[in-house]
Write a protein that binds this ligand. Structure first.
Ligand SMILES: [Zn+2]
Ligand SMILES: [Zn+2]
Length: 220
């Protein structure tokens, strides 16, 4: 069995929504359905994938803008993020007005996740890492057999998530990346919320915020 995926950048923020699926059962999920629901559904249809759930890394509009509409239309559960992001989700209508996005409705997760949880999809199992800092309830989904993670706005190729939002915390973010994500090994590749894919190894070498050299300089 194997994980398959297609990255679909959505919204003016080019947020990387991932359609992920189990190639044996063709059960799939959207990780961070931020917008453009018709386009996302068309991609699922193109691959013959039936959407079984919606997975959410954190409560920012560009990551969750279409979650409520898709959950209602498909009658599927929402899993994630961690409950500490509830305050962001409660502000969705305001976030949408502020950024000139289509109206976005508040949702209640069917399963708020905690560190160490797993999320299943067909025959696939994702490990859940709680990685606060960009938002307090941010989670990361790791498919260990594929050495692949969906990391939202925790880390990007050459950068890390912003921490200047309410309840953001730079030290928490560095700790999450260095102590939760990096121990999974240099070979772990990741799909970030924005921009190109990268790997733990590449970021340990050259990410200006969390590389081995940067961290040594900071005395962490
Ligand atoms: Zn974000
Ligand atoms: Zn984002």
């Amino acid at each position: 069995m194997a994980l398959r995926y297609e990255i679909l950048p959505v919204t003016p923020f080019e947020q990387n929504c991932s359609l992920v699926w189990c190639d044996e059962t063709l059960q799939g999920a959207f990780v961070d359905a931020g917008g453009e629901p018709e386009r996302l559904l068309a991609a699922a249809q193109r691959h013959g994938v039936s959407i079984a759930k919606l997975m959410v890394t954190h409560g920012h509009l560009d990551h969750v803008g279409a979650v409520r509409d898709l959950a209602d239309a498909l009658k599927v559960p929402i899993e994630g993020p961690h409950a500490d992001d509830r305050f962001w989700i409660e502000q969705l209508p305001m976030q949408a007005r502020m950024f000139g996005f289509p109206p976005s409705r508040i949702f209640e997760s069917d399963r708020w996740l905690v560190h160490g949880d797993t999320v299943s999809l067909g025959h696939l199992v994702f490990d859940v890492l709680h990685c606060p800092g960009h938002t307090p309830g941010h989670v990361v989904f790791v498919h260990a057999p594929s050495q692949l993670a969906f990391v939202g706005d925790v880390i990007f190729a050459g950068s890390i998530g912003r921490t200047d939002f309410p309840r953001g915390n730079h030290a928490d973010l560095l700790r999450a990346i260095r102590q939760r994500l990096f121990p999974l090994g240099d070979g772990l590749r990741f799909v970030p919320g924005h921009g190109p894919m990268s790997s733990v190894g590449a970021e340990r070498r050259s990410n200006p915020f969390v590389s081995d050299a940067a961290v040594a300089r900071m005395g962490l």
